[in-house]
Design a protein around this ligand. Sequence first.
Ligand SMILES: Cc1cc2nc3c(=O)[nH]c(=O)nc-3n(C[C@H](O)[C@H](O)[C@H](O)COP(=O)(O)OP(=O)(O)OC[C@H]3O[C@@H](n4cnc5c(N)ncnc54)[C@H](O)[C@@H]3O)c2cc1C
Length: 487
Amino acid sequence: MTQRKPVRLGARRDHDRVVYPEVIFFLCDLFLKTKVNPNYPSPPTYFRVTTAILGGGLSGLTLARLLHERGDDVIVLEAEQNPGGLCRSIQEDGFTFDIGGSHIIFSRDAEVLAFMRRMIAGNEERNNRNTRIFYKNRYVKYPFENGLADLPPDDRFFCINEFVKAQIAFETGSVPHPSNFREWIYFTFGKGIADCYMVPYNEKIWKYPTDRMSHHWVEGRVPRPPIEDVIKSAIGIPTEGYTHQSVFSYPAQGGIEALIHAIGAPVKGRIRTGFCVRSIKKSGNCFLISDGTEIIEADRCICTLPVQHFIACLDNVPATVQQACRALVYNSLVCVAVGIRGNVPDISWLYVPELSLGRTNRISFPSNYSSQTAPEGCSSVLAEITHQPGDEVSVMTDAELSEHVTVMLEKMGLISRDSVIMTRIWRQPFAYVVYDLEYQKNIDIIRNYCSTVGIPLVGRFARFEYLNMDGCIRSAMDFVSMYPRTP
Ligand SMILES: Cc1cc2nc3c(=O)[nH]c(=O)nc-3n(C[C@H](O)[C@H](O)[C@H](O)COP(=O)(O)OP(=O)(O)OC[C@H]3O[C@@H](n4cnc5c(N)ncnc54)[C@H](O)[C@@H]3O)c2cc1C
């Protein structure tokens, strides 16, 4: 019997690794047969790389770009056929839709905002936000506390009177500090704004009782509105809230995915699509990452996958960590895109708190962000429905979802059924982190364990934090600035 001759895959600093030729032929063959994506021609099968980034959403691509810019050898491993994660867009029949829900570019972080705007320079539309809340058949200005003049008089009185009472209670210290999200809403806005809008809307989007949610994440994100502004808004003097968002950017062409392409451009040849990470093993000083058919060896590894997927890839995870991971709460999302002939109102997006109108929590009008996202004479609507994994929405067919949204849009007087040219449905399993009261305990257990694995977590679902695009980019920037350079 002839002796098999191993092939040495480059000298290693710490140890030598050998692979048999037939394994290489098998893997190359498999790779050529299964991994072809014309938009993202895969780099040659790398059996060994310096830094593997798991997940090719915004976080993964930003990390890859920043590490590449400073000279690191990176590869991005992405399960889907196209990178972008929640920031993917689809162009069909002349319409462009963001398939992970409507995305706009804004930030309080000047450096990150400048970075995002630089990325889409030459392809940027600037928009003034005109956002509304659909309340009792009225279009109430957003945020609700800046739109009280649009309410029926009784509701307007209820909201302003209760807001003043809450403000006095806050200033005199006569109410205890809130211990959950529901209490925080009443504490911050008073019973009127809470009952009319904040509680119904939040329970609709989170699909979770607000008194079983933590409020740590809203402190700072949603400020207590100044009393002068609330009084002015109630008597009809215009005021603005969330001013960091009152002007926003959007790519003129290509939807939000244009931002992804721009960020990922310098590392395009290093993005490996169709590689669903299924197992990660430590071997000496490196990691062996496999999709079940192929193994990639990396000196270093950074994870941007949902932490649930990451934990499932590891061996011998302690039961307490697995339990903490199962206990994390998150929402999935269905997006229903509707292309119509004719116009839509000049609104950026619309919140829909009322349950009687159906399951949709938010509607956006992408053709108002950029006229190039719809054919001449046409407009677009994107309805978002959050839901819990495995619930009744997750089993609705595409046809049922289209019908559900069409009925709502007609009821609201936004479209007529005859004007609909196309509808499309997309489903995102991981859309929103829900901060339940057990969140901090569970995430601490998981992060403590992950820190022993030696693979840092970056991004919305890897950190399991409510990060917008700017938060993901900021985390990637901060991470890279602290991450040691490869020798
Ligand atoms: C409805 C909605 C609207 C939003 N609107 C805005 C907005 O207007 N402005 C804003 O700034 N932000 C917005 N965001 C937030 C924004 O989408 C996120 O902050 C950002 O996209 C998160 O990027 P990420 O890379 O961390 O995660 P993801 O986009 O979730 O990327 C993770 C990637 O990992 C891949 N992956 C998963 N499992 C595996 C596996 N096993 N192997 C390999 N790859 C895998 C996924 O396919 C995905 O590409 C919105 C989010 C939602 C849900």
